[in-house]
Design a protein around this ligand. Structure first.
Ligand SMILES: [Zn+2]
Length: 208
């Protein structure tokens, strides 16, 4: 079973991480992980631009290297970009030394290719050890999410994905989607409807 909402108890165990923003303001924070990937990132950019919405894209360094012009389009459209390691590594499965190298390699790529300089980091798979966190915390803000769309899950239909996103989105929410090959079919069928809901419900999208 996949939880589409991160329970407050879990958030409180890891209170150093950012799970959501201000609950008193009608702003939400759309995030797209793992790109840029041609055929899906451009689809997302289109859907956002049509509605005047903004998002934060947690990019994989290796994809920025492969598709620099697509990465630049993300920035030029007024979106934000954050670090998602160079090869999408799972913190629980690699040494802290390698993990740091991955993050620095991604940071350099974002800086050199896009001129991006910020402290936004999202751990792939949401996995990061306490040691890795302690090494990163002075330099990075660890951005998690409170609404998990489940767009990557083969057993979750686009319709369920849409319903869950709508159900759990509220003031200050950080909503996670993925702009990658596996999520293309789902996103292409539900993202426009969700973004229409965001506008109709009176939410303002902001970047992190
Ligand atoms: Zn990821």
């Amino acid at each position: 079973m996949l939880f589409h909402y991160v329970p407050r108890l879990i958030q409180s165990f890891f209170s150093e991480y950012t799970w959501h923003c201000n609950r008193d303001v009608n702003k939400i924070y759309l995030t797209f992980d793992d790109g840029p990937v041609p055929g899906i990132t451009d689809l997302v950019l289109n859907s956002l631009a049509k509605r005047g919405l903004k998002a934060t894209f947690f990019m994989v360094g290796d994809n920025v290297k492969k598709y620099p012009s697509l990465a630049k389009e993300v920035i030029q459209a007024g979106n934000q970009v954050g670090n998602h390691t160079f090869h999408h590594v799972n913190g629980a499965k690699v040494s802290s030394d390698l993990y740091l190298k991955e993050i620095i390699a991604c940071e350099n790529m974002l800086n050199q290719t896009l001129g991006v300089e910020n402290n936004l980091f999202r751990p792939p798979y949401g996995r990061i050890t306490s040691k890795q966190f302690s090494l990163l915390q002075t330099r990075y803000q660890i951005i998690m999410w409170d609404v998990l769309s489940g767009d990557f899950h083969p057993k979750i239909s686009p319709n369920v994905c849409l319903k869950k996103c709508i159900k759990f989105t509220r003031n200050g929410s950080i909503v996670v989607f993925h702009d990658q090959e596996k999520t293309k079919a789902t996103l292409s069928r539900m993202l426009d409807s969700y973004l229409d809901y965001v506008n109709d419900a009176g939410f303002i999208t902001d970047v992190l």
